[in-house]
Design a protein around this ligand. Structure first.
Ligand code: FES
Length: 225
């Protein structure tokens, strides 16, 4: 009985005879051939492109989905006062609400509280409360409310707003083109405020200091230095 033998394969570095080369070519390939590697690389490239396209679609749809559910329950005026320690929230000073990326303030403290209802315009006068976006309309920094003069001051380029977010007109009061943007709001029967952060309503045009529509600062040059 004859036993089949593989053609002799030379040791590394030795002479390679034609039959041996032929045998080597005929052997099944182990590992990846160049063609397979190219094919797989091409497949990987197509898969990556498809994934990128899918991610683009998801990122296009995702913000809408997120914004659609971005209703933030802030709580009642009493909750805000309790959460802000010694700040004069009861006097209409803006309270920062991190979850909503917003400042919330009572519009007319003399009325004593907020009123139930909904205000999709963000003006808030019918509910006696307003929610302002924390993004400065200039380049997006977060203005800080000053407890001395009850005005906002943006730390980036010094735009200044009264406590309800109206921009003071003139270059002395910074470069922002308009007042702070507003969020639609709702107050339920128990006085609980919900802020809809899915969209903003543009703030009003600047108002000259001394004109109706801009609350003067309580003291000159508050929180400076
Ligand atoms: S970002 Fe607020 S003034 Fe420029």
């Amino acid at each position: 009985m004859s036993v089949g033998r593989s053609p002799q394969v030379p040791e590394f570095g030795g002479p390679t005879a034609a039959p041996a080369i032929k045998a080597l070519r005929g052997r099944p390939t182990t590992g990846l051939s160049r063609r397979t590697l190219l094919r797989r690389s091409l497949g990987l490239g197509v898969a990556l492109a498809a994934a990128e396209g899918l991610l683009g679609m998801v990122s296009f749809v995702w913000p809408k989905t997120t914004r659609a559910s971005a209703r933030v329950r802030v709580g009642s005026l009493g909750d805000l006062i309790a959460r802000n320690g010694s700040l004069p929230i009861v006097d209409g000073f803006p309270a920062y609400v991190a979850d909503a990326h917003a400042f919330v303030m009572t519009i007319d403290p003399a009325k004593g509280g907020w009123l139930a209802g909904a205000d999709p315009t963000g003006d808030g006068r019918t509910l006696n409360v307003r929610a302002l976006s924390q993004r400065c309309p200039h380049l997006g920094c977060r203005p800080n409310p000053c407890v001395e003069d009850f005005w906002f001051r943006c730390p980036c380029h010094q735009s200044r707003y009264d406590r309800l977010g109206t921009k003071a007109d003139g270059v002395l009061y910074g470069p922002a083109p308009h007042g702070m943007d507003r969020f639609p709001i709702e107050v339920d029967g128990a006085g609980v405020l919900t802020v809809d952060t899915s969209r903003v309503v543009l703030g009003p045009l600047p108002v000259v200091l001394g004109q109706p529509g801009l609350i003067p600062p309580r003291v000159p040059n508050g929180c400076v230095g």
